[in-house]
Design a protein around this ligand. Structure first.
Ligand code: MLT
Length: 260
């Protein structure tokens, strides 16, 4: 895509269903959805610029740029039919941009554990400081702080393999990419005022114990959108598709099969 090579996992045939991962992860966070929806959808699960096996390139990173990469990827894959866009957290931030910039490519939106608001000045400043620090010292501290906050306590204690795999993905993410994504998230625009304009059929999902993007905030996002429904995922934290795949897949399938 332009200055980079983007890595993408594809599975199955049928209507296109695009899964966009969170920070600082890769497409493998959707493994349980790739298997389930690969049965009857064309699942497209890329690694965003710099993450997983994709190259970072030299162009500045922004949420808009990440959305443009995905649109260019769809063109390259010759997918002309509008897609269902399913993004988690940072993938959701990219989702707002995809709606804004590539509306003709969008059939429906699924937003998991994300928010519409921009960072507060304080949070944005914190992200910029972290970006500077990790370029000097590496991302070990960020990973130690972030990992337990991603999951519900029951997942952390009961699913060591999943935690271990997630840590592995975080540790293998290049620090340049982590820094670039932190700066891009700090600068992302606020979409709260735009929510009433987003008429596309939307499903919002959030883990009951999500500490990063809490249920109450996502419920407010859903209420501000004209055509959105909200589903709370019991027993999950921020990584609801990994933690409670059966419930998440059921909610997604119901949405895909019943909504117009
Ligand atoms: C993510 O899961 O993508 C991040 O937690 C998003 C964020 O830091 O705002």
């Amino acid at each position: 895509m332009g200055d980079i090579k983007l890595s993408v996992r594809q599975e199955g045939q049928g209507p296109p269903l695009l899964f966009v991962h969170g920070f600082p992860l890769d497409h493998t966070m959707w493994n349980q959805q790739i298997v389930e929806f690969g049965k009857d959808y064309h699942v497209i699960a890329p690694d965003l610029r710099g993450f997983g096996a994709s190259e970072l390139g030299s162009d500045p990173v922004s949420m808009a740029k990440l959305a443009d990469d995905l649109a260019a990827m769809l063109s390259d894959l010759q997918i002309t039919r509008p897609v269902v866009f399913c993004g988690l957290s940072m993938g959701g931030y990219v989702g707002w941009q995809f709606w804004d910039r590539h509306a003709s490519r969008l059939d429906k939106l699924i937003l998991c554990d994300t928010r519409a608001a921009a960072d507060s000045a304080q949070i944005a400043e914190g992200r910029r400081d972290t970006a500077t620090r990790i370029l000097e010292e590496g991302a070990a501290d960020l990973i130690e702080t972030m990992l337990p906050r991603l999951f519900a306590e029951t997942t952390t204690t009961g699913e060591p393999t999943l935690i271990h795999a997630t840590r592995g993905v975080m540790e293998s993410t290049d620090v340049q990419t982590i820094a670039a994504a932190l700066l891009a998230m700090a600068e992302r625009p606020d979409f709260e005022a735009r929510l009433p304009e987003i008429g596309v059929s939307t499903l919002l999902l959030c883990g009951e114990h999500d500490q990063i993007t809490p249920v109450a905030e996502m419920q407010q996002v859903a209420a501000a959108m004209p055509n959105a429904q909200f589903v709370e995922i019991g027993g999950a934290g921020h990584m609801s598709p990994m933690e409670q795949p059966v419930a998440v897949n059921r909610a997604i399938r119901q949405f895909l099969e019943t909504q117009g």
